[in-house]
Structure formats: structure tokens, C-alpha cells
Design a protein around this ligand. Structure first.
Ligand SMILES: [Zn+2]
Length: 301
């Protein structure tokens, strides 16, 4: 998607571009800021830029760089590049075993790219032991390695880790930026309907830029058009499918909400918001979705 598609973070992108042009990249970067504003996306774009095989792009640092089309960019987009790794909390924490493995792995030269890039998600979840172990690698990083640390709250990180990183703050997205993302991503999204508060706190940008976004959105569109002819059994199997895990339910409800808003189905918007609240208050997900779908169906009559 290239840097030009990361919206609302012009300052960060400008700094990264300058670092890039000066060819003096720090080996530790910390991206911090609210959830859903593009930290992870930017880290991945950076990994692509550092490994992009399109030489012209590197020289010019033009807007559509990284190229997105070379083998390296494609592999990173698919999550199969051997030199780009994402480390996320397993269960609740990033533990010592994960960091020992990272420390070992980072000592090897890049396998096929120019740079090894390690993206640590939710860095604040490092256990004390893991943080201390990681610190040693960060103090003397192997050449051709970049660590991108991502966090929503930098104040919970060890000061010694912070002091070894370039710290780049990501800002929350303005209504205007979110509106722009929606209009670009969803055909016919009406300009006058501003996204609700929810989208600022949520993972809107991630969801929209995810490759299965348009697929799921189409599915919801079809579902809505055919809801009237759906039998109860079909409805219930749908809610079973989308209540399997928390993330799936969240995504489904977000897109359903987007769809309802874009069509100005305000009663449906209210039902969906109620369901979101119920789930946040720990009501059984499948039960909540069952009720929602039946209520939506009743609107079609
Ligand atoms: Zn490329």
C-alpha cells in the first residue's frame, strides 16, 4: 500500500523518509500511540521499504514507495518473508522464551533481504525477565537488524529500553481522516455521515486495510439484501460462524455497523450498538448475535 496510503501520520512518515534518505537508520524504533492508527501498518511498510527490490524507488523515495510489486514486498504483505517477523504476546505476555529465540535469530545475517526487521507488538507486555534479556540485544544490535517496538503506552516500558530507541509518537485520527478512509474504501459511502466515536478507539484502519475487508463487506451486503429470505436456521448458523472468536465478532459487528450507517438504517445502527455494548459487558457472544440477527430480520418486514 506504500507510505502514501498511511493517513493521518504525516509527521511520522516525514521523519522516516528523512531517516531513509540520510541512510542512517537507528536500530531501535518505538512507535507509540492509540490503537488502530497505523503503527503496525507503518512498521510493515518500513520493513518493505528496507527490503524493496525496486532500486529507483529507493533513490527517489517517491510516494508510491515501497513498490508493492517486487517479490520482497509481496512476501512481506503475505507474511512469509523470512527476514521480517512479528512478535506478539502469547496469552498475556511476551515471555523469556520468545525473546531468547529472537536474540538467537537476530544474530544470523538476513536470509534473503537487506534487513532483518523484528516488530514487537504490545511491547508493554514484555515480562521483566524478557525485557532485561531483550535489552542486551538492543544495546549491541547485530548489523542489518531493525527492531520496531509498538506500544499504546510508552510510560510502562523500561526507561533503559526507551533510551535506546528513536521514539515516534502516532496521533489519533481526526474525523476528517477517518471519513476519507471510509469514502475511499467503501463505494458510495455518504460524505455527510461521519463515523461514530467507536471508530476512533477501534481498529478501523487495520480492518479496512486488511485484505479480506472487501470480501467480508460484500458478504454483509449480500446478507443484508437476502435477509428476508433467510430461514432462522440459516441466521443462527451465521451467528455461530461469527461468534467463534472475539476478533471475528468484533470485525463482523464493525462492518455491519459501517454498512447500516452507509445506508442510513438508523434503527439497525441502534440494534448493532446495543449488541456491541452487551458483548463488552460479557454477554455470551453467540446469544447476542442470535438476538441481533433476528432483530435485523424483523426490520425487513
Ligand atoms: Zn518492492
Amino acid at each position: 500500500m506504500s507510505f502514501s496510503h498511511i493517513l493521518g501520520q504525516e509527521r511520522v512518515i516525514e521523519i522516516l523518509k528523512r531517516l531513509f534518505a540520510g541512510n542512517r537508520f537507528p536500530q531501535g524504533l518505538l512507535f507509540y500511540g492509540p490503537s488502530g492508527v497505523g503503527k503496525r501498518t507503518t512498521a510493515l511498510e518500513l520493513a518493505k521499504a528496507l527490503n524493496c527490490l525496486s532500486v529507483n524507488g529507493k533513490q527517489l523515495m517517491v510516494n508510491d514507495f515501497p513498490c508493492d510489486t517486487c517479490l520482497s514486498c509481496q512476501k512481506i504483505d503475505k507474511g512469509i518473508h523470512p527476514d521480517v517477523r512479528i512478535i506478539s504476546p502469547e496469552k498475556e505476555t511476551i515471555g523469556i522464551d520468545q525473546i531468547r529465540e529472537l536474540n538467537r535469530d537476530s544474530q544470523w545475517k538476513p536470509f534473503e533481504g537487506s534487513y532483518k526487521v523484528y516488530i514487537l507488538e504490545k511491547t508493554e507486555k514484555l515480562t521483566q525477565e524478557a525485557a532485561n534479556s531483550f535489552l542486551k540485544t538492543l544495546e549491541e544490535p547485530p548489523p542489518q537488524v531493525l527492531f520496531v517496538l509498538i506500544s499504546e503506552n510508552k510510560d510502562t516500558l523500561l526507561p533503559t529500553i526507551l533510551s535506546r530507541c528513536w521514539v515516534l509518537p502516532f496521533s489519533g485520527l481526526s474525523e476528517k481522516v477517518i471519513g476519507g478512509i471510509l469514502q475511499r474504501s467503501i463505494f458510495n459511502y455518504p460524505q455527510e455521515i461521519l463515523p461514530s466515536e467507536y471508530f476512533f478507539a477501534g481498529r478501523m484502519q487495520e480492518i479496512i486495510f486488511n485484505e479480506d475487508f472487501s470480501l467480508l463487506y460484500q458478504k454483509i451486503e449480500t446478507f443484508w439484501q437476502n435477509m428476508f429470505s433467510f430461514t432462522e436456521v440459516e441466521m443462527l448458523s451465521l451467528s455461530e460462524e461469527y461468534s467463534k472468536d472475539k476478533e471475528k465478532t468484533g470485525k463482523f459487528l464493525t462492518l455491519l455497523l459501517l454498512f447500516a450507517r452507509s445506508r442510513k438504517y438508523w434503527q439497525a445502527v441502534e440494534f448493532i450498538n446495543q449488541t456491541k455494548n452487551q458483548i463488552q459487558r460479557n454477554l455470551n457472544r453467540q446469544l447476542a448475535l442470535d438476538c441481533l440477527l433476528l432483530k435485523l430480520k424483523s426490520l425487513c418486514r
